[in-house]
Write a protein that binds this ligand. Structure first.
Ligand SMILES: [Zn+2]
Length: 340
C-alpha cells in the first residue's frame, strides 16, 4: 500500500502545481491544505530552509542534525549546543562501552531547585506569549520561573526566524526563539524543551503507536523523524505511553511534501494535535522530573537510573557503572560521567 502511494507521487505533485484539489478518492479527508502543510502547530527553527545533515555525538547519543546558520538543529526546532557535540564518540568516557549506550539521556541539564531563570529581549514582539506560557507552567507544574538578576544559567526569549529551543539547561545563556508567527502554545512547547522534554513522537516505543510515512516526508527532512532507538539507545520515559495530546507531539502533517500525513496512528488515521497547553501526561512527566520540593531528586539505593545518557546503579548513596570487570564507581560532574 505504501508502495502504491509512492508511485502516485508524481501525479500528486502535478496536481498540486496546478492548484487543483487532489482528487484521489481515498484522500478526501487529507486534501492538500496549505494551513496544514505549513502547520503552525509544528515548530521549526528555520522555516523553508533545509541545511546539510550531519551526524554528531551529543550526551552519548549519535544524532542527525541539520546545520543552519552555524547552529545544529535537531527534529525541526531543537537546538543542539555546537560546542557540546563531537564528531566521534571518544569525548565521553563511557561511550565506548556497549552498556553506556543504552539510554536516551532524557534527564539532562535539570534546572536546580526547580527554578528556571529567564530574561526577555526588549525587542521581542508580543511578550505576553512568554508571560502567559510561564504562568501556565507555574500554575500546572512544580517549576518556578524567576527573572534573571545576574544568574549565569538562563533562558533568553528573543525573536528569530522560527520557534526553537535547547533541551534542558545547557549552561550559560540559552535562547528560545519566537518568530512573530509563534503562538503562546508554541512558547509553552519551547519552554517544555528548555526544561528537558524531547518530542513525543521520538519516544523509543513510538512504533507501538504511530507509523511514520516516509514516502510523504519532504526530501532532506527525513532525519526529523529520528528516534533514540534508531541510534541503538533504549528508552527511558517518564510516562508510560505515547500521549497524542502532548504539547510536545508533532502534527500528522509535519514535514509533509504533498499534504499527506507523515505521522498516522497504526490504523492509518490521523489525530488532533494541540498547542493550547500542557496535557495531563506532560504535567505528570514534568513533575516527575522536578519533584515537589525542588530539592535534589531522591535516588533509591539498589535502583538503576539513566542520567546524562548513562545508565548507572545507585548503591550505598554512590553511583556505579557496569563493565565487563564488574561494577566501577563513577561520578557526575557538569552533566558528564567520570570514573572515580
Ligand atoms: Zn519541539
Amino acid at each position: 500500500m505504501r508502495k502504491s502511494k509512492f508511485l502516485l507521487l508524481p501525479v500528486l505533485a502535478i496536481l498540486a502545481c496546478s492548484k487543483d484539489p487532489i482528487l484521489e478518492d481515498d484522500k478526501s479527508e487529507t486534501q492538500l491544505n496549505p494551513e496544514e502543510i505549513n502547520d503552525q502547530l509544528t515548530e521549526v527553527a528555520y522555516p523553508n530552509q533545509i541545511g546539510p545533515v550531519l551526524e554528531v555525538y551529543y550526551g552519548g547519543q549519535r544524532i542527525p542534525v541539520e546545520s543552519q546558520e552555524g547552529n545544529y538543529v535537531y527534529q525541526g526546532d531543537i537546538l543542539i549546543p555546537v560546542n557540546q557535540t563531537s564528531k566521534s564518540a571518544q569525548s565521553l568516557i563511557l561511550d565506548s562501552d556497549e552498556a553506556a549506550q543504552k539510554s536516551t539521556g532524557r534527564i539532562r541539564g535539570m534546572w536546580p531547585k526547580n527554578t528556571v531563570y529567564y530574561a526577555i529581549d526588549n525587542n521581542l514582539q508580543d511578550k505576553y506569549r512568554v508571560y502567559d506560557a510561564i504562568d501556565h507552567f507555574e500554575a500546572n507544574t512544580t517549576l518556578k520561573f524567576v527573572q534573571r538578576s545576574g544568574e549565569s544559567n538562563y533562558i533568553y526569549f528573543t525573536s528569530g526566524s522560527g520557534c526553537s529551543s535547547y533541551v534542558g539547561m545547557i549552561g550559560g545563556r540559552q535562547n528560545i526563539t519566537l518568530a512573530s508567527a509563534c503562538t503562546t502554545g508554541n512558547a509553552i512547547h519551547e519552554i517544555g524543551h528548555a526544561v528537558g522534554l524531547w518530542h513525543e513522537q521520538s519516544r523509543v516505543d513510538r512504533n507501538s503507536y504511530i507509523d511514520v510515512n516516509f514516502e510523504n516526508v519532504r526530501s532532506g527532512t527525513e532525519h526529523n523523524f529520528h528516534t533514540y532507538e534508531t541510534s541503538g539507545f533504549d528508552g527511558d520515559e517518564f510516562t508510560s505511553s505515547l500521549d497524542f495530546g502532548s504539547i510536545m507531539m508533532y502534527s500528522p502533517y509535519s514535514f509533509s511534501k504533498n499534504g499527506e500525513p507523515t505521522i498516522t496512528k497504526l490504523d492509518g488515521s490521523t489525530y488532533k494535535v494541540q498547542r493550547s497547553g500542557l496535557s495531563s501526561g506532560d504535567i505528570r512527566g514534568i513533575n516527575a522530573m522536578y519533584p515537589g520540593d525542588g530539592g535534589e531528586p531522591t535516588y533509591v539505593n539498589g535502583k538503576y537510573y539513566t542520567i546524562s545518557g548513562v545508565t548507572v546503579l545507585r548503591a550505598n548513596d554512590l553511583w556505579y557503572f557496569w563493565t565487563k570487570y564488574g561494577f566501577k564507581r563513577v561520578e557526575l560532574r557538569n552533566n558528564r560521567w567520570y570514573w572515580v
